[in-house]
Design a protein around this ligand. Structure first.
Ligand code: SF4
Length: 209
C-alpha cells in the first residue's frame, strides 16, 4: 500500500495537481493523477508519460496492468517502488491513450513537474518513453538515444537516461531488445545513485553527454 503523505510541501503539490484544470487534457479525465505517494525526496525519479484509464479511475499512477509491467521491470533492475519517486510527465489521462499535445506537456511541466523535480531532488531521472525523454532533455529520437546518460545537472540537478518504455517492449521484439540494452546500462548506476555517489564520479565505462 502507498505511504501516507506527511510532508506538507509534498502534500501541497499533490493537492495542487489534483485541483488543476489548466489545460485541455483535463477535459478527458476523471481527475488529474498525482505522483505515487512519497513522504520524502528520492535519489531516483522514474518518469512515465501520462496515466491510463485504470490510473485515472483510481487516482494513482502505475496501478493495474501498467503497474504490473512496472513492477516486473523494477524487479529486473533490483529496485522497488519504495526506492524511487514515481510520476508522470502529464498528470491527466488522455482519451483513448492519445499522445499528449506539446502545449499540454509544457503547461504541466511549468505548473507541476518542474516543481516536483525540485521537491524530489533526484540525482538520476529515468525517462520512460519519448515524451518523458523530450521533456527532461529537450531531445527527440529516443530510439537512437536510449540507454545514454545525459548531464542535466545544471538544469535539473540530475543526470537523465531515456529508456524504452517497458509497455512498448511488450508489443515489439525490437523494442524488447532495446529495453534489455537499457537495463544493462541502467542497472549498475542504481546502487551508486541510491548510495548518493553518482554525481561524485561516474563508474568506469560511463560518460555523460
Ligand atoms: S495535464 Fe497537467 S496542466 Fe493539464 S490539467 Fe492535467 S494537471 Fe493540469
Amino acid at each position: 500500500m502507498p505511504d501516507t503523505i506527511t510532508s506538507p510541501t509534498i502534500a501541497s503539490l499533490a493537492n495542487d495537481i489534483v485541483a488543476c484544470e489548466a489545460c485541455t487534457a483535463r477535459q478527458e479525465c476523471d481527475r488529474p493523477t498525482p505522483f505515487y505517494p512519497r513522504t520524502a525526496p528520492a535519489r531516483i525519479l522514474v518518469l512515465g508519460r501520462n496515466p491510463g484509464i485504470n490510473e485515472d479511475r483510481q487516482g494513482l499512477p502505475f496501478v493495474g496492468r501498467g503497474g504490473q509491467i512496472l513492477e516486473a521491470w523494477l524487479q529486473g533492475l533490483g529496485i522497488t517502488r519504495e526506492d524511487i519517486w514515481l510520476t508522470n510527465t502529464l498528470k491527466c489521462y488522455t482519451a483513448a491513450d492519445r499522445k499528449p499535445k506539446a502545449k499540454e506537456l509544457s503547461t504541466c511541466w511549468d505548473l507541476h513537474l518542474s516543481r516536483e523535480i525540485g521537491l524530489c531532488r533526484p540525482d538520476l531521472i529515468v525517462a520512460l518513453g519519448a515524451e518523458a525523454f523530450q521533456t527532461t532533455t529537450g531531445l527527440t529520437q529516443l530510439t537512437n538515444r536510449h540507454g545514454i546518460l545525459y548531464d542535466r545537472i545544471a538544469e535539473l540537478g540530475a543526470y537523465v537516461m531515456g529508456v524504452i518504455h517497458p509497455g512498448s517492449a511488450l508489443r515489439s521484439n525490437l523494442f524488447k531488445d532495446m529495453m534489455i540494452e537499457d537495463a544493462k546500462m541502467l542497472k549498475p548506476l542504481l546502487p551508486i545513485t541510491l548510495a548518493g555517489t553518482l554525481k561524485q564520479a561516474l563508474p568506469d565505462g560511463y560518460t555523460a553527454q
